[in-house]
Design a protein. Structure first.
Length: 141
């Protein structure tokens, strides 16, 4: 169980590290920001798309382990299932964080930063501790 927890933690902290690197590269002008600021149609499509991603991915990630098939898999296969489904849940929240950060710096539209922050806040609710890992693989009555 400890190994699974560590893998999930590495994914979470790796995403945070990558996000910090993105911010550093763009804020210190190592990468040029605002390159697509004039493309309003593309910006609108990306904004609507990422809003839809947020509206679907956040509830999915937070409720994923409550689905009957997944809950049964977690209680029968325990660690292997927790790694698979936990990684899926982590990536469903982590990938949009990075995408929204890149889109923020490409368009300089604060909507993308707000969406990235919302996804990052949701990571607190799935933070992999050993107690959470044990609780999620224990049958619920």
């Amino acid at each position: 169980m400890q190994k699974t927890k560590n893998i999930l933690l590495c994914t979470l902290w790796g995403t945070i590290f990558a996000a910090v690197l993105l911010v550093v590269f763009y804020e210190f002008s190592l990468w040029e920001s605002g390159t697509l600021a004039e493309s309003k149609k593309i910006e609108f499509i990306c904004a609507v798309g990422m809003e839809l991603v947020a509206l679907s991915s956040i509830p999915l990630a937070l409720r994923l382990f409550k689905f009957k098939k997944i809950a049964n898999d977690l209680t029968t296969r325990k660690e292997k299932a927790l790694l698979m489904w936990g990684m899926l849940r982590m990536l469903v929240l982590c990938v949009p964080v990075l995408c929204n950060l890149v889109l923020y710096y490409l368009f300089l539209n604060p909507t993308f930063m707000y969406l990235a922050l919302i996804h990052a806040i949701c990571l607190m609710f799935v933070y992999p501790t050993i107690d959470r890992c044990v609780a999620e693989t224990t049958p619920q009555t």
